[in-house]
Design a protein around this ligand. Structure first.
Ligand SMILES: [Zn+2]
Length: 262
């Protein structure tokens, strides 16, 4: 019988020569979450992917890192979206993008089933472990990569009368772009630059509801945040948006050494 080794990792692009990895681990009940940091060259731009079923962003980031240097923390837990695990004989499930505030964790668990104090604490720890491994304090920003389906969530979700209206302060749409390809930011200066570049962009509202997502955590902790989000498979569009944003991030949030030289 043919056996295919490492099938669990098959979704990830091959690691190219000169790439280094550094892994942290989270154990939640019977679920193992590997936080693999891939880095190459002299990393200046640092990416983070928190949904393990969103791989176009990882592929685009690898291409960017191969050319420019950089790093990405990729959360790997079986190629699915949600964390699902058994803890004390009870099954729990939540979206990993709801673990960054205590309120969000509770809401996130209750969306799929039971919640408990112990599991809330475990998820709080998981969020902290991810942040420690990514280390936004060192970079001066959080740069996440997400992928979405065709037609569902997109830039139009933030328009008046749509489900995420209250999460947006301002929206700029380039009607030539696919509405599923967009950037979400928490900083006005980054929003203005992306608007000028005629990119689909949302400025998160200061009053955006606390759903435990990383963008809310970033806002609460005054860390500039950006999320480049494109439709699954839009690799070229993804790389293009990453390139545009990386240039702006380098200018707005230069690494500490460069700051010292200026
Ligand atoms: Zn995502």
């Amino acid at each position: 019988m043919l056996t295919i080794p490492f099938i669990a990792n098959a979704q990830h692009p091959p690691v190219f020569e000169g790439m280094a990895t550094d892994t942290s681990y989270i154990v939640a009940g019977d679920l193992n979450i590997n936080l693999i940091k891939y880095s190459h060259g002299d990393p200046e731009i640092h990416f983070l992917t928190i949904h393990d079923n969103e791989d176009t962003g990882v592929k685009a980031a690898f291409q960017f890192i191969n050319v420019n240097g950089g790093s990405i923390v990729d959360c790997q837990y079986g190629g699915v979206r949600n964390y699902k695990f058994i803890y004390n004989e009870q099954t729990y499930q939540l979206d990993p993008n709801s673990i960054y505030t205590k309120r969000g964790i509770k809401l996130g668990l209750e969306k799929y089933g039971p919640s408990s104090e112990e599991v809330i604490l475990e998820m709080e720890k998981a969020g902290k472990t991810i942040m420690n491994h990514y280390n936004p304090a060192m970079h001066g920003y959080i740069f996440t990569l997400h992928n979405n389906g065709d037609g569902g969530f997109g830039i139009r979700s933030y328009l008046k009368g749509y489900e995420l209206e209250s999460a947006a302060d301002s929206v700029h749409i380039n009607f030539e772009m696919d509405p599923d390809d967009m950037v979400l930011v928490t900083e006005l200066d980054l929003f203005n630059r992306l608007k000028k570049a005629n990119v689909n962009v949302v400025l998160q509202s200061k009053d955006a509801p606390d759903d435990g997502s990383l963008s809310i955590y970033a806002m609460q902790n005054k860390i500039p945040y950006l999320n480049v989000e494109v439709q699954h498979g839009h690799l070229d569009e993804n790389l293009n948006l990453i390139n545009i944003c990386a240039g702006m991030v380098s200018e707005l949030y230069p690494p500490p050494l460069k700051k010292a030289e200026n």
